[in-house]
Design a protein around this ligand. Structure first.
Ligand SMILES: Cc1ncc(COP(=O)(O)O)c(C=O)c1O
Length: 381
């Protein structure tokens, strides 16, 4: 079955007791056992497993073509579990432009726990090769990366990780399973902030780890989920599954819209540079065309300076000025003052995140309306 069909049906079945086509929400924390202690309905206590969570995990397993999935209350909890599956003394290679929360976990939580980390530009495979050591047990990729939408060559990075004997983990949040299938490029684990495109309506926080195979690593992640207890609620799982049904439609529309917005911004005199993997001048366009089905819904662009960026953001009427991404409504934000504000200014500038940079999460609105909103906001004062 193709992903459009999987997204609607995986984890969803008609309820045999009532005939309900839409899943019920099961808030029960405890489940009836048989006298011999067995649990014929598959669940005992909702921290260890529960019907709505099992359905969500089955759905994401099918969407990514994996062997099993472990759902968490946020992607940060999912990411944390992946790092906890390592041992003190292990070394992690992660992207310089990883989601700031991922780098923060490595720097402020897991460094103290004995994990060593090297952050590198993942589009420079020679630099990754140099960073790998005998103790390297995990290579983390996030592509396209935030906020310049650099694209990492997953097939080559996966081969490099395999040769080093390290696990290969891909945060597939910004691409989604609709646009990119990391298991086909050798990933061992895929992480999603389900908070973003999978939920799709900016109303639920969640994270998930999908495993390529069942085995000791999957079992360890399951233990970290159930013993750690950072599990999503039944209602959160239900909301996520409801969101996933329209995932393919939304992501296709968002990608189409983003391409049109990127082209329109390129033609605007107030815009100095546009960052979108689908544009011919994007340095990783050929890699993106090879490993992605479309180029995604995230676009960034640069205007002259901070004052121009602030003025532009203030004048936008359809785009809400807010962090996060992947929902049906279009959002705009100023990375230097918002999502990337905790990074020291010099480091930020070196990474290409200037004061004139604006990041857009493109929604499913009419693209002509979005372009008109941006053009109005960019008009000179
Ligand atoms: C790529 C990526 N990974 C992980 C996360 C963390 O997600 P959460 O807020 O659910 O912990 C985010 C959040 O913005 C993200 O963009």
């Amino acid at each position: 079955m193709r992903i459009e069909t999987v997204a609607v049906h995986a984890g969803a079945e008609v309820d045999p007791a009532t005939g309900a086509v839409t899943a019920a929400i099961h808030p029960s924390t405890t489940f009836e056992r048989d006298a011999d202690g067995s649990f014929p309905h598959g669940h005992i206590y909702s921290r260890t497993s529960a019907p709505n969570r099992a359905a969500l995990e089955a759905c994401l397993t099918a969407l990514e073509g994996g062997a099993g999935a472990v759902a968490f209350a946020s992607a940060s909890a999912a990411t944390s579990a992946v790092f906890q599956s390592l041992a003190p003394g292990d070394h992690v290679v992660a992207p310089l432009d990883a989601y700031f929360g991922t780098a923060k976990l490595l720097r402020e939580v897991y460094a103290g726990w004995g994990l060593e980390t090297t952050l590198v530009d993942m589009t420079d495979l020679a630099a990754v090769e140099k960073a790998v050591r005998p103790a390297t047990k995990l290579v983390w990729a996030e592509t396209p990366s935030n906020p310049l939408w650099k694209v990492t060559d997953l097939a080559r990075l996966g081969a490099l990780a395999r040769a080093a004997g390290a696990r290969f983990v891909v945060d597939n949040t910004t691409a989604t399973p609709v646009l990119q299938s990391p298991f086909t490029f050798g990933a061992d684990l895929i992480v999603h902030a389900t908070t973003k495109y999978l939920g799709g309506h900016a109303d639920v926080l969640g994270g998930i780890v999908v495993a390529r195979e069942r085995g000791p690593l999957f079992d360890r992640l399951r233990t970290l989920q159930t013993a750690g207890g950072a599990v999503p609620s039944p209602f959160d799982c239900w909301l996520l599954l409801r969101g996933v049904k329209t995932l393919a439609l939304r992501v296709e529309r968002q990608s189409e819209n983003a391409m049109e917005v990127a082209k329109a911004l390129q033609g605007n005199k107030a815009v100095r540079r546009v960052f979108y993997p689908g544009l011919d001048d994007h340095p990783n366009r050929s890699v993106a065309a090879r490993q992605m089905r479309m180029f995604g819904g995230m676009v960034s662009f640069e205007v002259a300076d901070e004052a121009t960026a602030f003025r532009t953001l203030e004048r936008l009427q359809i785009f809400a000025l807010a962090e996060s991404l992947g929902a049906v409504e279009s959002l705009a934000e100023h990375p230097a003052r918002m999502t990337h504000a905790s990074i020291p200014a010099q480091e930020r500038q070196r990474a290409g995140v200037g004061d004139g940079l604006i990041r857009l999460s493109i929604g499913v609105e009419d693209v002509a309306d979005l372009i008109a909103d941006l053009e109005f906001a960019l008009e000179p004062s």
